[in-house]
Each structure stands twice: as C-alpha cells, then as structure tokens.
Design a protein around this ligand. Structure first.
Ligand code: PRP
Length: 211
C-alpha cells in the first residue's frame, strides 16, 4: 500500500536536527532537542485532525470556536519513543497513551516484542505512533500490526526524526494505511542496520546503554 511520506521542512527542525545528529551533544541536550523536533513534527502531523464548531463566550461577546472531534491515541515505541511522549502530551493532554515495547535483535535486526499495553479497542480512533527511528521498519511494521489487531481502522500516523528508504519500502509492502512525518529521509542503512548518516542509537542517546 502507498505510504504518505511527509519530510517536514522547517528551519527550527533543521536547526535542532543538527544538534541531535552531533555526536558531542550530551544526553540532556539531546532529549531537549528531540522534544522540540517532536513538537514541531506533531503540529504538522495533527493538521488534519477533524474539528467541529462550538459556541464560546468571550468576555465581550458570543462567538464560534472549534474543538477536536475526538482525542487520538498516542503510541510511543519503547524506549526511544518516550522522547516524543512529553511533547505529545503537552499538545494533546487528554489523549490516551498505549505503550509498545520492541527491541531490535542485534544480529537478525528483527523486532523482539516485550510490552503491549494498548487500549482495548482502537476502532474509530486516530492512532499516532511515536518512534524517532524508522530503520529497517521492522519495529514499526510490528507496531502497526498490533494496532490493526486491536481494530485500528483509520490511517495510522507515524512520527519519527529519521527514516531510511529501506524502512519506508517495508511499510509499503504491508497492508496498512500509513502516513509518516519525519524530519529527514536519510541515505540508507549500514550493514548493521543503523541509519546513515543518522544520529546513532536514539534510545542510548536519551537514556544511556542498557546492560
Ligand atoms: C530502535 C528505534 C526503533 C527501532 C528502529 O530501537 O528506537 O524502535 O530501533 O529499528 P527498525 O526500524 O530496524 O525496527 P531499539 O531496538 O534500539 O530499542 P531502544 O529504543 O530501547 O534503544
């Protein structure tokens, strides 16, 4: 199925992305810059959320405003996706949050699931998946599959910092309606499935290396 790919061109994203790529950026600054990028990407990714008209009384007069029709479901993919959860909850404080934990096997690069905490039903819900890195696409394909198993029937929005062409290709090969919002489409994957030129490991750069 075609994937709607949006490479979001914004000077503030580009500026933050440079620090996120920089290997000398310490973890604290890395998290701040990632969060900033997340806010800007999420603003773009949520542009199409449906709204309806509501009456509002200002101190001067009655007028009309708009309200979201419904609250989306945010799905950060552990661990790295946690870096987008803060900005997502700032923008949509009433959204539900489901958690998916997937670790990539270092040898096979296949996703190894370890957490699945999603709302009971996702039918009619707008799901927004948060994962800074779309490398082989295995983790995301797995996540999308879990969302569909719970009834997700709307276009699934994915927000990431970097995407690799290989990952986009994998998403195109699965039967799911997906829109990807990313700060950059990088050149390729390395032979160890790291995004090139990339930013390294987004989980480790936020939280340190696990044992
Ligand atoms: C990284 C990243 C994605 C995944 C992308 O997570 O955060 O979830 O790999 O790779 P893929 O597209 O090839 O599946 P990782 O498994 O390193 O776990 P972490 O977030 O805990 O560091």
């Amino acid at each position: 199925m075609p994937v709607a790919l949006h490479v979001v061109d914004h000077p503030l994203i580009a500026d933050s992305l440079t620090r996120v790529r920089d290997e000398t950026t310490p973890n604290a600054l890395f998290r701040q810059e990632l969060s900033r990028i997340g806010t800007l990407l999420l603003a773009e990714a949520t542009k199409g959320l449906p709204t309806h008209s509501v009456g509002v009384q200002t101190p001067l007069t009655a007028t009309l405003g708009r309200q979201l029709d419904s609250q989306p479901v945010m799905v950060p993919v552990l661990r790295a996706g946690l870096g987008f959860l803060g900005p997502a909850q700032d923008l949509l404080p009433n959204a539900d949050v489901g958690f998916i934990g997937v670790a990539r096997d270092e040898t096979t690069h296949q996703p190894k699931p370890y957490v699945n905490k999603l709302p009971e039903s996702l039918a009619g819900r707008q799901c927004i998946v948060l994962d800074p890195m779309l490398a082989t696409g295995g983790s995301l394909a797995h996540t999308v599959q879990l969302l569909i198993e719970r009834g997700a029937d709307m276009r699934i929005i994915v927000v990431c910092v970097l995407a690799a062409p290989e990952g986009i290709e994998l998403l195109r090969s699965i039967d799911a309606d997906i829109a990807v919002y990313t700060a950059a489409l990088d050149e390729r994957l390395t032979d160890t499935a790291f995004i090139w030129p990339g930013l390294g490991d987004a989980g480790d750069r936020q939280f340190g290396s696990p044992a």
